[in-house]
Each structure stands twice: as structure tokens, then as C-alpha cells.
Design a protein around this ligand. Structure first.
Ligand SMILES: *Cc1c(COP(=O)(O)O)cnc(C)c1O
Length: 855
């Protein structure tokens, strides 16, 4: 566990060691093993005691030790090499630069954005900077690291919480206790952002009473990527306001709102200051990682208003360059404020943001929506032209969840896409595995070599588990003499299952306890035993979660099973690495479909471990029948207890009948060849997919670059396109109620397979011209409820000689029940999707759809 560091004085290094500063301050060391080796060589015991924190290690060294180091020629040479290597890493052209390099004859020179600002409420870069509480933060950290490796010009923006991720310990009876060590930023690998004259940068945001909340800005270097972290602990703020950046997701509603105002609005101001000072290109794209950072869109609108644009023009410009990623289908995970609170705060925002427009952006204006609520996810979707979920399944679930924002459109047409998450391999993959090369190479390694490495990683987890378990029992009040049994906890030859995650109820920490006898039977099986290592933190306010942990701990405390099942407190990135590297099997049993993606199983896959999981999130997408196991879900079963029982039973069955037999089926060479074969297949199929490099590449190609293109198109000529788009939208909105489909005619009354359906439409467009709209024929197979499943669309041509007439045809190609209808949509080259304005007109019922059966 990390030591509490309150008023750490930044270590003063003898002059020859000065380059160590640069090396420590760039967090690339957190995923660069050679740099870690260099740090470790300074003082191996001190390194271990500091928990792998170079700043803490050097702070605790005596001056005599430091001056000896400054005289060590061999060390100084290695230090020079490391610094030079970092220099090259930071400056050489990487993927983005080569992809973006001017190519001869290419039309899209410099098509990718010059810079992207990425906003997130939390970041998991290293356990040394505990500014995260779960998957969202880890993902944000991995995003920045891969962006750095790929050379993507991202600027990260977040808050610096004084009390980072809490540390978890257990009471004697297994109840979670929390501690929030205070981190003095001066003891962290951060530097204060300053103006050229040396004055620290200040950003302020207005609060409800008209007063200002001020923050300073800390700069963390994540390889090539700057990360700006706002910190409200300043004398200028009255004491209550200093506490705004006290901790993640703590405090009441207003506290959270202040944090989010600082993150979104203050964050944009910090980016402007940073670019002004350093000459870094200004971002063309702003990425909102979950709703908490959504106020950034309002600040960008305010900037445009200040430059003389109208609200609608500003909205168009801001939307075009904004990407919003939604991360959870769990309603409790969606950020909502009382509308009245937003009203109080935005009455005072300077720069003339009209309050009614602000409130409208977060209004739940759909059936079932709450009129008293301001919804940050909804605002995120209105302020971003491009929106995505984080796995294919989650994209689908999000389209259903937010369909009410696009009334009149089928779920399939709701403009929310998906980019499946990934993990940063150099952070999570064990050195032994990455030494084999990429996943494909690792998969091709000799079976005994591969199995030997798996064994080594399992053994390391066993050792670390005993160490942590002993420490935990000491804290729970046991004496050393009572703990000799810990020497026999776990066995490096036993099939090892890992389970670690936050403890919200949908993740079902205790599903495995559904039938304790059966679980004990698996643990204690004389021929094919299993062992389980578990970790996870409950939110400090979540009593239910703490009860689940207690239930788990009590089970694991029992003398009969305690050598085979362990709950380790204080799940964080450091513990996660041991677990994902050492586990043979990674268990994940969420209530489908509530896990948006999940990433811990991806870390396991890259280390040659296998997933045993409910088909939720990423596993729904990439499980192929041979790269792990699927725990069948009892989706349709309404009674939660019955559902748990069914799914737990399936889990026990899988372990007993499939997983354990394959693991223990070793050949004469002691290698279980069937298992190793599965590991190889797992590495080959999942290796290229589950990496954050793939994910960040997808963001660049599918969202950032198109967003930059839209943004540039609108901004050209001093924003003239934005102006005309805003005027056009206002005109279309006003005219739309008069748009009607008056008449639909089709030839081929008895449709047959292969026939051509000719359709003619007479539409009344009111004040709009045929160029303002697109008239579409929508057709396809009918589902059980007579709705179109995966409808196709063709645009009907306007008849130039007869205004309001549109016609076209389609070949009917698939047998079975089919249907078609027509519709009118607004059409403009600068709209990102058909559903952009949320406007659509169908023929009046009951003649809305024609159906038939194709044979
Ligand atoms: C990877 C990771 C997570 C996210 O894992 P999920 O599978 O999404 O639950 C959370 N916490 C830590 C410490 C991690 O390393």
C-alpha cells in the first residue's frame, strides 16, 4: 500500500542526476519496462517499498546515496540513453504522422485533425496517480497511452482530485473500510502550468451566486500526450470552494455540478491557455468521454457567441466538432441534475448563453422523461454530431435507450454508433509474454514455452496473493503466529480463476456463492481442484455492495476453503496487473446487457488467459465458440433469484465439465495440449482486436477525422456555411408541420420475388423546396410485430416538371413477409445523419405501410 504523503518536498537532485526529473515526470515509464528497470536499479528495496513510484523512492533517499549515484558513471550512461530514447519516442513520426503525411496526388492532405481535446472525469494512468475509480478511468488512461504510441495529437483534460481512489481494507468481520490518503500534487509526477513570466495559469468559472471558482492547472505528460488536470485547492477560493476537487464522485448534487462545470467549462479554458502558452495546435475536435464533461459544449458555444455568432450558428459549429461517447446502460450511471439547479447556475454565466436554450439541451423531452430533470447524457447527444457506445451490443442497447430523442425513427436509425473498447497492451501484458512478440508470434510459440510462461505468471500471482493476504489479516487484527496457514494458500499447479471489478449489483460479485456447497466441491475437488482470487471495491456509499463483499469474505474466511479462495482488498491497477497476468480463467457474470463493454477480460486475453463470461459487452461480439467459454444467460427469466440460480448452475457445470477437464488433461510432457491450443487460438483471434491501438485508430478514422472535416466545412469563410446551415435548419423546423405525403401509388399490386416495385409519391412541402428534402422508399422484411427489421432505403427522384412528385423503384429480392412505406426527411449536405434534426413525415395512418408476402 502506498504511504501517505502529505507535504512532500520535491526532491532536489544533484546536478548530474537532473535528467531523472524528465524521466520521472513523463509517465511513459509506467508502460516502458526499460525505464522501470533503470529506476529499480537505483535502489531495489526502496523501489519495492515505494510501490513502484520513482518520485517517492527518490524523495526517501539520503543525500549520501544520491551523491554516490551522481558519481556512478555506468548509471549516468544508462540514464543518458533512457532520456535519449524518450526524446526519440516523443519526436519521431509515428502512425498518425505517416497516415497524415502529404501523399502524392492524394486529395485529403492533412485530413486528420491537427489536435483533439479529450475530456474525462477520471484517468487511470498508473497506480501512482490514483485518479480513477473504475473502468471509465482505466479506459481513458489507455486511450491517452495508445494515442501517444500512435502519435495522435490528443490533449487530455480532467480534474486533479486531492483524495484520489480510496484505499480499501477489511474489518475483522469482513466489512469494507475506506481511507482517502491526501496527495500533495508536489509529490506527484506533475508540473504546474505557468505563463512565460512564471505566473501559474488560473482558470475560473462562474457559480450560482455570481462568484468565481478558480483552479490551477497541473500538467501530466503521458508520453507525447499532455494531460491537463484542474485543481481548486487555492487560497483565492474560499475554503468550501477549495474542496470542489476533493474526490471522485463524492459529495452531494451541487458538489458534483461544480466539479462538472470546472471540468467542462474550466477545461476548455485550460486548453486555450495551454495552446496559447506552448504553441500546441488548437483542437479541432472535442471528445466528451461520458456525460460528466458535457458542459464543454456550452463553453465552446459561449466562445462563438463572444465572437459575434448567433446561438444557432454557434451550436452548429460546436456540434460538428464534438464526439460524445456514452458508457453505460445502467440508469444510475447516467448523470442527471435538478433542472432548478442548472437554472440557478446558468443565470449567471457570462457571455450571454440564453438560459432557455441551455435548459432545452438537457431536457428529457420524450415519453417517460422527467420535466424536472437536466440530463447530461441527453445534452451530450444534442451537443455532439457524432455519438457512440462502447461495444456493438452496447451501441444497440443505447439506440433503444435513447430512441425517444429521435421520434419517428426506427431504433436501427437512431444515430448512435459504436466503437468497441480496447486495452493498452504495454501497460497490461506481462514482460514474459510481450518478449515473445505480438499476439500472433506469442500464439506460435512452442507449447512447452507458452505453458511455462503461463505457469510462471500463475506462480507470481500465488506469491503476491499470499503477501497481500498476510498484510490484510494483520490489519484485521491477526498475529503472525495465527497466519502460518497463509504459506499454503493457493497452489501454482492449480487452475486459477480471477474475478475482479467494482461491485455494483449488476456485476454480481456473489453469483458464484449461489450454491456454496457446489462451489466448495469445485474448490476442493481431489483430482481437479480450482482456486479463485477475487478483488473489488464497493462505492463508499453503497451499503449493498459492502454487504456482498462481506458475504464473499466470510465464505473465503472459512477454514475448509480458505486455501483455495481468497478475497484481496484494495483492487487497483497494481493488483489488477498481477491478476490479469496470472489468471488462467477470467470470470465475468454481469446481468446481460448491463455491462457496456468490460475491459479486464481483454487484458487477460492478451496475457494468454481465457475468458469464462456471460455474453455481454465485448464478449458478445468476439466470443467465437473456441476462444473461451460462454456462460448462458437466462435473459427472459423475470424472477431475479431464479435467473441467478440458473446462471450460477450453468457456471458450475461449465467449470466441472469443460474448463477443469481441459486444464488438467496434460500429456506425458506435463503440458495440457488442448488448453494450450485454446490459448493460441485466443491470442490469434483476440490479440489484434482487443487492443487500444485498434480502438484509437477507429476513433481517428471513424469519428475524429469526419468530425474535423465537418467542422472545417462549417467554419470555412468565417463560418458562412454554419450561418447558412443554422438559417436553413430554422426555416425547415418552422415549415415542417406543413409537410405531408398526400398520395402514394405503386405498380405491381401482387408483388413477387424478383419483381420491380415502382413507387410514385405526391408530397406537399409547404414553404420548402424539393431540394430541402429527401423522399425515401423504406422497405424490407417484416418482423413479428409487423415492423421493418433492418430496413433499406432508396431515395426517390424529384420530378422536375411537376413539383411535389417523386418516383423511383426497387427490386424485391428476399422471400418472406415484406413491407414498404415512404417518408420525407430534411436533406442537407452538412447533416451527419438522416435523423440529425429528428424530423420525419410518413403518410397518414392507416395507409402508412403496405405489406405482402414474397414467394
Ligand atoms: C481494467 C480495470 C477495470 C475495468 O474492468 P471491467 O472489466 O470493465 O470491470 C477496473 N478497475 C481496474 C483497476 C482495472 O484495471
Amino acid at each position: 500500500m502506498r504511504a501517505i504523503r502529505r507535504f512532500t518536498v520535491r526532491v532536489t537532485l544533484p546536478q548530474p542526476l537532473a535528467p531523472l526529473h524528465d524521466l520521472m515526470l513523463n509517465l511513459r515509464w509506467s508502460w516502458h519496462q526499460p525505464t522501470v528497470e533503470l529506476f529499480k536499479s537505483i535502489d531495489p528495496a526502496g523501489w519495492a517499498a515505494s510501490g513502484g513510484d520513482p518520485v517517492a523512492m527518490l524523495s526517501s533517499m539520503r543525500p549520501a546515496q544520491l551523491s554516490a549515484l551522481a558519481d556512478n558513471g555506468d548509471f549516468l550512461r544508462r540514464l543518458d540513453e533512457a532520456v535519449a530514447d524518450l526524446q526519440v519516442y516523443r519526436n519521431e513520426p509515428r502512425w498518425y504522422q505517416s497516415a497524415n503525411a502529404p501523399k502524392e496526388g492524394a486529395a485529403d492532405i492533412g485530413a486528420m485533425p491537427r489536435a483533439i481535446a479529450y475530456f474525462s472525469p477520471e484517468y487511470g494512468i498508473t497506480a501512482v496517480l490514483p485518479q480513477y475509480s473504475g473502468g471509465l478511468g482505466i479506459l481513458a488512461g489507455d486511450h491517452l497511452k495508445s494515442a501517444s504510441d500512435l502519435g495522435v495529437p490528443i490533449i487530455g483534460v480532467g480534474l486533479l482530485y486531492r483524495h484520489g481512489y480510496f484505499t480499501q481494507s477489511l474489518s475483522a468481520d469482513g466489512w469494507q473500510a475506506e481511507r482517502y490518503p491526501a496527495d500533495d500534487p508536489n509529490g506527484l509526477p506533475l508540473t504546474l502550468l505557468r505563463h512565460p513570466d512564471g505566473d501559474p495559469v488560473r482558470v475560473s468559472v462562474a457559480l450560482a451566486d455570481g462568484s468565481q471558482l478558480t483552479a490551477q492547472v497541473w500538467l501530466a505528460l503521458v508520453g507525447r500526450v499532455p494531460l491537463l488536470l484542474l485543481d481548486s485547492y487555492l487560497e483565492e477560493n474560499e475554503p468550501a470552494l477549495q474542496e470542489v476537487t476533493d474526490r471522485l464522485y463524492g459529495g452531494g448534487t451541487e458538489h458534483r455540478l461544480r466539479q462538472e462545470l470546472l471540468l467542462g467549462i474550466g477545461g476548455v479554458r485550460a486548453v486555450r491557455a495551454f495552446c496559447g502558452i506552448t504553441g500546441h495546435p488548437e483542437p479541432e475536435v472535442f471528445h466528451t468521454n461520458e456525460g460528466h464533461a458535457g458542459f464543454l459544449g456550452l463553453e465552446r458555444i459561449r466562445e462563438y457567441l463572444a465572437a459575434g455568432l448567433s446561438f444557432d450558428e454557434a451550436l452548429e459549429l460546436s456540434r460538428a466538432g464534438t464526439v460524445f461517447t456514452t458508457h453505460t446502460p445502467v440508469p444510475a450511471g447516467i448523470d442527471r441534475f435538478p433542472r432548478e439547479l442548472i437554472e440557478r447556475y446558468f443565470v449567471h454565466v457570462d457571455g450571454g448563453l440564453p438560459l432557455d436554450r441551455v435548459l432545452a439541451l438537457g431536457a428529457e423531452t420524450y415519453p417517460g422523461g422527467d420535466p424536472h430533470v437536466f440530463n447530461m447524457a441527453v445534452m451530450g447527444m444534442r451537443l455532439a454530431q457524432r455519438v457512440n457506445g462502447v461495444s456493438v451490443l452496447h451501441g444497440q442497447v443505447s439506440r433503444e435507450m435513447f430512441a425517444g430523442l429521435w421520434p419517428g425513427f426506427d431504433t436501427a436509425e437512431v444515430p448512435i454508433g459504436s466503437i468497441t473498447n480496447g486495452v493498452h497492451a504495454p501497460t497490461w501484458v506481462a514482460g514474459e509474454v510481450s518478449d515473445l512478440g505480438d499476439a500472433e508470434r506469442a500464439a506460435s510459440a512452442d507449447a512447452s514455452l507458452l505453458w511455462g510462461i503461463r505457469r510462471q505468471l500463475r506462480a507470481r500471482l500465488v506469491t503476491e496473493t499470499r503477501r497481500r493476504l498476510r498484510e490484510s489479516w494483520r490489519q484485521r487484527g491477526a498475529s503472525g503466529a495465527e497466519l502460518t496457514w497463509i504459506d499454503d494458500v493457493l497452489d501454482e499447479n492449480v487452475l486459477t480463476i480471477g474475478f475482479a471489478r467494482r461491485v455494483p449489483s449488476y456485476k454480481r460479485l456473489t453469483l458464484m456463492l449461489n450454491d456454496p456447497q457446489r462451489l466448495a466441491g469445485l474448490l476442493l475437488d481431489p483430482d481437479r481442484p480450482i482456486q479463485i482470487v477475487i478483488a473489488g471495491k464497493a462505492h463508499p456509499a453503497d451499503e449493498g455492495g459492502k454487504r456482498l463483499i462481506q458475504q464473499m469474505v466470510r465464505f473465503a474466511d472459512a477454514e475448509a476453503v480458505r486455501r483455495r479462495i481468497v478475497f484481496l482488498p484494495d483492487y487497483d491497477m497494481a493488483l489488477a496487473r498481477f491478476l490479469v497476468q496470472g489468471a488462467d480463467v477470467w470470470l465475468n457474470n454481469p446481468l446481460r446487457p448491463l455491462e457496456a463493454c468490460g475491459t479486464s477480460g481483454m487484458k487477460v486475453a492478451l496475457n494468454g488467459g481465457l475468458n469464462l463470461s456471460v455474453r455481454d459487452g465485448w464478449w458478445d461480439e468476439w466470443y467465437d465458440g473456441g476462444n473461451g467459454w460462454e456462460i448462458p444467460t437466462a435473459d427472459g427469466v423475470e424472477d431475479p433469484a431464479r435467473r441467478d440460480e440458473l446462471e450460477a448452475s450453468a457456471l458450475y457445470e461449465l467449470i466441472a465439465k469443460s474448463v477443469a477437464p481441459l486444464f488438467y488433461d496434460a500429456g506425458a510432457d506435463s503440458v495440457p495440449h488442448g488448453w494450450v491450443q485454446m490459448v493460441r487460438h485466443n491470442l490469434r483471434t483476440l490479440g489484434p482486436l482487443v487492443q487500444a491501438d485498434r480502438m484509437v485508430g477507429d476513433y481517428v478514422n471513424r469519428l475524429y477525422t469526419p468530425a474535423a472535416r465537418s467542422s472545417r466545412a462549417l467554419a470555412a469563410d468565417g463560418g458562412s456555411a454554419a450561418r447558412s446551415l443554422a438559417v436553413w435548419k430554422a426555416r425547415v423546423r418552422q415549415a415542417w408541420p406543413a409537410v405531408r405525403i398526400e398520395h402514394v401509388e405503386a405498380d405491381g399490386a401482387e408483388p413477387s420475388l424478383g419483381a420491380v416495385l415502382d413507387v410514385r409519391v405526391m408530397a406537399s412541402l409547404g414553404d420548402l423546396s424539393p431540394h430541402d428534402v429527401r423522399v425515401e422508399l423504406v422497405y424490407g422484411r417484416l418482423g413479428d410485430d409487423d415492423e421493418l427489421t433492418e430496413p433499406s432505403c432508396v431515395t426517390l427522384a424529384a420530378d422536375e416538371s411537376s413539383p411535389g412528385r417523386f418516383s423511383g423503384s426497387v427490386e424485391l429480392g428476399q422471400p418472406g413477409p415484406f413491407g414498404y412505406t415512404v417518408r420525407v426527411l430534411p436533406s442537407h449536405p452538412l447533416l451527419a445523419s438522416r435523423a440529425d434534426l429528428g424530423l420525419v413525415t410518413y403518410p397518414d395512418a392507416p395507409a402508412g405501410m403496405s405489406t405482402g408476402d414474397l414467394r
